[in-house]
Design a protein around this ligand. Structure first.
Ligand SMILES: O=C1O[C@H]([C@@H](O)CO)C(O)=C1O
Length: 554
């Protein structure tokens, strides 16, 4: 019984107190985070999205949904569609074909950082079952929050001298965090932290996970952070990881999980601990020197009162730069037996060097020495209709200079902007090697979670230093996990493989919002001549606007 789920959404700015301090957030239908979409695999989602912002366009990306046959609904401004103007409505209509834990978010400017996000949960189709058992589930959408407005942040990032956004003030769980107090001040040895005095009905009050003893719970955890890499632990409870980015994985047990921006996991916990106690769920920052307190909430065993403080302090986040811990977690993620396997060989290999650079003194990120600057006409229309002046037709480089030292800052940090695309013919197997490098400062290389639109890819492996031809011998072709986001570790590389079976124009970028703003992404155009039925409204701007707005359907 496949059905179409019709939703009507208004996007607007509103006052909200995500971390007990009032601010302006982007909300949907008066809610922050936006409404959770719940559907069954095979359903069609139709979101009639009205832009109620007074002076800005908006688009929404359905993160992890491949948009097979509907590339114009991917919600990427300048890539798959024109931004929706104030007062206008766009119908996002697409099929959710695979069960899993997903989310949606703004993909124009830094609107995701401004709070434009929500959860998208796809259950198995009627008559199907998940390959694991659980009694009930909870949904946890993780994000990070700054007090400075996103406009202020964008101007700082685009200024000379560069002004970095710094670390977040607060981590949020389902849009809720505490800035000026702690739920666990009792356990703190500093007196500067106040114990929170919340009634529970505040916008910043934590959502408590109420559980029954001796049951199995599925925690659906997704991260839409603007910057922070996170680690999550449940005091006194082990977790069994069963899903990653909407794909089943070989179950494995851990004490804590790392989750990077753009990723999602399902973990199972068994409520087999003493039922007269409560337990902390704690989330802390990884990969960057933290200046943000842990996010906390409670696992509350019925019938114990939720106001009973746990017996033990919150689980401690592993040291921020303990990358061995992170790598060990990443290497445990393997596809569940029976999952689709990658082709044995690749047709094309694209190596992408990630560097921090300067353009006329402005700080940028570049891929093979080009910092992405999106054109005003969306690629989907300009490629489909061969509007050659819409963007740079020269293909971007597929590799970088062989003498480049990834362990040192760039010898010549100067670079240029560009908007060229990688043209990918249909039905080819593409390998992408993401190569990390030293940033502008000596001995600094950062984590970058890379997200691909329109596809899942197989993660064939991670390695240290510069990728060499020898490294491909170590690729996992047996049970590599399918994902839509994969991290590159400092001074390392990550190898991905995917098959070009989905006509459209797909962004592939660092999911750290300020890094994308600074140019850290590329664009793949895949069999665009096979795309038919682009709604007029998706192209009503730039050169396609001039050309096509008079006809009814392209
Ligand atoms: O893009 C970034 O800029 C800063 C720093 O490199 C310069 O201030 C930082 O930590 C980033 O991730």
């Amino acid at each position: 019984s496949r059905k179409t789920r019709h939703l009507k959404w208004d996007v607007e700015y509103m006052f909200w107190s995500p971390d007990c301090k009032e601010n302006v957030v982007m909300g949907i239908n008066g809610q922050f985070p936006g409404p959770t979409i719940r559907a069954k695999a095979g359903d069609t989602i139709s979101v009639l999205l009205t832009n109620k912002l007074h002076t800005e366009g908006v688009v929404i990306h359905w993160h992890g949904i491949r948009q097979v046959g509907t590339p114009w609904a991917d919600g990427t401004a300048s890539i798959s569609q024109c931004a929706i103007n104030p007062g206008e409505t766009f119908d996002y209509r697409f099929i959710v074909d695979k069960p899993g834990t997903y989310f949606y978010h703004g993909h124009f400017g830094m609107q995701r950082s401004a709070g434009l996000y929500g959860s998208l949960i796809v259950d198995v189709a009627d008559g199907e079952t998940e390959p694991f058992h659980y009694d009930a589930e909870f949904n946890m959408l993780l994000s990070d929050w700054w007090h400075q407005s996103v406009h202020h942040q964008e101007v700082g990032l685009s200024s000379k001298p560069f002004r970095w956004i710094g670390e977040p003030q607060t981590l949020l769980i389902n849009g809720r965090g505490q800035f000026n107090c702690s739920l666990a001040a009792h356990f703190s040895n500093t007196t500067s932290t106040n114990q929170c005095n919340l009634r529970g009905n505040e916008q910043c009050a934590p959502q408590i996970l109420r559980v029954l003893p001796n049951k199995t719970y599925r925690l659906r955890i997704a991260s839409t952070t603007a910057l922070a890499s996170l680690n999550l632990a449940v005091g006194g409870h082990k977790m069994v990881v069963v899903e990653a980015d909407g794909n089943y994985v070989q179950p494995f047990q851990v004490e804590d999980i790392d989750i990077y921006s753009g990723e999602s996991y399902s973990v199972l916990i068994r409520t087999n601990q003493e039922a007269s106690k409560n337990y902390w769920i704690s989330i802390g920052v990884r990969g960057r020197r933290p200046q943000t307190p842990q996010a906390l909430t409670l696992l509350n065993y019925a019938p114990t009162s939720a106001s009973k403080i746990p017996f033990s302090p919150p689980p401690i986040t592993p040291t921020w730069n303990d990358y061995d811990h992170s790598k060990s977690f990443s290497n445990k993620i393997l596809a569940l037996m029976g999952s689709p396997k990658p082709p044995r060989n690749h047709d094309r290999r694209i190596i992408l060097l990630n560097t921090q650079n300067l353009i006329d003194g402005f700080t940028k990120w570049s891929i093979n020495n080009i910092s992405l600057h999106l054109p005003s006409t969306p690629y989907l229309g300009s490629i489909k209709y061969s509007l050659k002046t819409a963007f740079d037709n020269k293909s971007p480089p597929e590799n970088f200079a062989s003498d480049y030292d990834v362990m040192k800052p760039p010898v010549n940090p100067n670079t240029t902007t560009g908007n060229g695309v990688y043209m990918l013919p249909l039905n080819t197997t593409v390998d992408v090697i993401l190569q990390n490098a030293n940033a502008l400062e000596v001995n600094v290389s950062e984590i970058h979670p890379w997200h691909l639109h329109g596809h899942d890819f197989w993660v064939l492996g991670y390695g240290e230093g510069k990728f060499t031809k020898e490294d491909e011998k170590k690729f996992n072709l047996k049970n590599p996990p399918l994902r839509n986001t994969a991290v590159i570790f400092p001074f390392g590389w990550t190898a991905l493989r995917f098959v070009t079976d989905n006509p459209g124009v797909w962004a592939f970028h660092c999911h750290i919002e300020p890094h994308l703003h600074m140019g850290m992404g590329v664009v793949f155009a895949e069999g665009v001549q096979h795309v038919n039925g682009i709604p007029n409204q998706a192209l009503a701007c730039g050169l396609t606007g001039n050309r096509f707005m008079k006809t009814t359907q392209n």
